[in-house]
Design a protein around this ligand. Structure first.
Ligand code: DC
Length: 209
C-alpha cells in the first residue's frame, strides 16, 4: 500500500473536497473521493427502482458494482459524474451509506485503490481516519459552522445538509466521528490556501519526527 496517505474526514460542506483537491495539486498527489462512491451506488440503486432502505437488495448492488472516481465518476461503465449530485441522491445516500454490507464493500475497494496507487493519496470521507486508514500518515478532521457549511452547499439547502449530518453521525455502522489523534481544522472564514498550508505543515512534521 502507498505509505503516503492524508486522510480527511468531516461533515458535509466542511470543505473536504475543495481542500483535498488543492492539497493534492500542491503535493502532486491524487485524490480519492469516497463520498462519490456511496453516491454512485445510490444512483444505481435508484436506477433499478430499488428502495435505498432495502438492505439486502442494496448490498447486492454494492457487491457487484465496478466503480471509478477518476477522471469522472462511473458505475458499471456508466458515467454518473453529474447525476451523483442530484436531490434524489442527496436524500437516498444516507440510507445507502448506513448499510453495513455496503460499507464493507466500499472499504475493500478503497483499500485496493490505495494499494494500486504508486504515489501519495489524499482520501476524503467520513470514516477514513477511523476505519479505512487509521494508520494514515496525516489524519485531519475538517469542520465549519453549520451556517457556513449550508452556505457552501447552497444548492442542497440548510435542511438537507443538517439532516445528512445527523444521519451520518448517528448511524450504527462507522458513524462520522473524530478520531482521537486527528488534527481538528476549522475552515470557517478561512481561505483554501490557509487550510492547505496548515495540513502541509502537519505532513512536514511527520517527516521531521
Ligand atoms: O462527502 P459527500 O457529501 O459526497 O458524501 C455523501 C454521503 O456518503 C454522506 O452523506 C455520507 C456518506 N459517506 C460515508 O458514509 N462514508 C464516507 N467515507 C464518505 C461518504
Amino acid at each position: 500500500m502507498t505509505l503516503d496517505i492524508i486522510a480527511i474526514d468531516g461533515p458535509a460542506g466542511s470543505g473536504k473536497s475543495t481542500v483535498a483537491h488543492a492539497l493534492a495539486e500542491r503535493l502532486g498527489w491524487r485524490v480519492l473521493d469516497t463520498g462519490a462512491m456511496y453516491r454512485a451506488v445510490t444512483v444505481e440503486v435508484l436506477r433499478h427502482g430499488l428502495d435505498p432502505h432495502d438492505e439486502a437488495a442494496v448490498a447486492d448492488v454494492a457487491h457487484a458494482a465496478v466503480i471509478a472516481t477518476r477522471p469522472r465518476v462511473s458505475i458499471n461503465g456508466r458515467d454518473v459524474h453529474d447525476e451523483i449530485r442530484t436531490d434524489a441522491v442527496n436524500v437516498g445516500v444516507s440510507a445507502v451509506a448506513a448499510n453495513p454490507a455496503v460499507r464493507a464493500a466500499m472499504v475493500e475497494r478503497q483499500r485496493a485503490l490505495a494499494d494500486a496507487e504508486p504515489g501519495g493519496l489524499v482520501v476524503e470521507g467520513r470514516d477514513i481516519t477511523t476505519v479505512v486508514f487509521p494508520d494514515a500518515r496525516v489524519k485531519i478532521y475538517l469542520t465549519a459552522t453549520l451556517d457556513e457549511r449550508a452556505r457552501r452547499r447552497a444548492d442542497e439547502g440548510h435542511e438537507s445538509v443538517a439532516r445528512r449530518d445527523h444521519a451520518d453521525a448517528s448511524r450504527q455502522a462507522s458513524p462520522l466521528r473524530r478520531s482521537h489523534d486527528a488534527t481538528i481544522v476549522d475552515t470557517t472564514g478561512r481561505s483554501v490556501e490557509q487550510v492547505v498550508e496548515e495540513i502541509v505543515q502537519c505532513l512536514k512534521n511527520t517527516t521531521s519526527s
